[in-house]
Structure formats: C-alpha cells, structure tokens
Design a protein around this ligand. Structure first.
Ligand SMILES: C[S@@+](CC[C@H](N)C(=O)[O-])C[C@H]1O[C@@H](n2cnc3c(N)ncnc32)[C@H](O)[C@@H]1O
Length: 196
C-alpha cells in the first residue's frame, strides 16, 4: 500500500526544501555508520549523499519502481556504488533481512502514514542494539511550503511517544532543528535488550 500523502512534487522543487548536508551532519550520518536501510528513496535526495558518507552499504526501498530507477540513475551518475535498490511495499512486507543487522534505518518524511508505530517497530527490528532509527519530518507549522495535512502530520513528541511504545526505542537527545522546514529525531535502540 502506498502510504498516505507520500506523493512528491517535481524533483527540482523538492530539492530546494532541504539543506541536506546540514541534516546529515546533525543526525550524525557519517563513516561511523556501516550498513543502513532507507524507507522511500523518492528522487534519491538523501540516498546518494548518505551512501557517500557511510562506510558500508545503503539498502533503499521504494514501492514505486520509477523512484527506484530515478535514484539508481542519479547514483550511477554520481559514482555512488554502495547502494542496493529494492522495489517493495515496506508497510506490508517490511525491510526483510536479519534482525539487528543494520547500524541505522532512515524514516524520512514518511511518519504521517497510517500506522507509524508499525514502521518504527520495523525500523527498530533491523537495527542492532545501540543503533538508531533516524527520523526527519516537516515541522508542525502551517507556514511550511509543503508537508502532509496538519491533521495527520506528526509532532516530534508524538513520534518520541510512538518510539517508546515499540518497547525497542528511546529518543536520544533533544529534538534536532533542521532548518528551514524540518526537525529530526535520533531514536536509539536500547542496548539493554541486546540479547532479547
Ligand atoms: C514523501 S516521499 C519521501 C522520499 C524521501 N525519503 C525524501 O525524503 O526525499 C515518500 C516515498 O515513499 C515511497 N513509499 C510510499 N509508500 C511506500 C511503501 N508502502 N513502501 C515503500 N515505499 C513507499 C513513495 O513512493 C515515495 O517515494
């Protein structure tokens, strides 16, 4: 199922809406991360810069084969070879792969979806203890130039609450300001249930 309000405007416009290096810096996405998964590559706005920073492989998923092809094409042009591409409905079928096998999972601009807790739990499942689910979303502010309807747009404290409800994650540090229009959260997978 394509998640609600997960459509995108035209690529060039979409990419004016983010300061990608600032976002990746503030979320701590760098060579300390090895293997990472991403839900929804879209145009590859984050896929390619993330792949260039991490030490391992970024596996990116999208339900829309056109988005996967666009990202694959851009990544090839940029020389980013450490990306695996999967056309899949992650809501229905999850990320696959072994539990606890990734350093991070990325849920960017997607938690306005029907069952955010389910996606957070799946993001947590694939992350190793001590790893993190990294989230960005549109500020809860009618002045934002895009973003889901405010009725379904999550506030940061809601996301932190859902994360805790998974029983696997807790918010690490304060809400991260990602100007001009976004905020971020690092949701750490607890080390205490390492062998659970
Ligand atoms: C709002 S876009 C965000 C793309 C990217 N994360 C970004 O921030 O630039 C959401 C993406 O998720 C994809 N998507 C929607 N439902 C999905 C699902 N059930 N499984 C996998 N991908 C999905 C859409 O096709 C779209 O490319």
């Amino acid at each position: 199922m394509k998640l609600r309000e997960s459509g995108m405007p035209e690529e060039a416009y979409w990419e004016t809406l983010f300061d990608v290096p600032l976002i990746l810096d503030r979320l701590g996405i760098d060579a300390r991360l090895e293997n990472v998964v991403e839900l929804g590559c879209g145009y590859g706005t984050f896929t390619i810069p993330v792949a260039r920073r991490i030490a391992g492989v970024l596996t990116t998923f999208d339900i829309d084969g056109g988005m996967i092809e666009r990202t694959r094409h851009r990544a090839a042009a940029a020389g980013a070879r450490n990306v695996l591409y999967v056309v899949r409905d992650v809501f229905a079928d999850g990320f696959g792969g072994e539990a606890g096998s990734k350093d991070a999972s990325l849920l960017f601009n997607i938690l306005q979806c029907e069952e955010p807790l389910r996606l957070l739990a799946e993001g947590a499942r694939v992350v190793r203890p001590g790893g993190a689910v990294l989230v960005i979303h549109w500020r809860y502010d009618p002045a934002t130039p895009r973003g889901p309807n405010l009725e379904i747009r999550p506030r940061p404290e809601q996301i932190a609450g859902w994360a805790e409800e998974t029983g696997l994650l807790e918010a690490e540090g304060p809400v991260i300001d990602l100007p001009p229009w976004h905020y971020g959260l690092r949701l750490q997978r607890g080390k205490s249930e390492a062998s659970a």
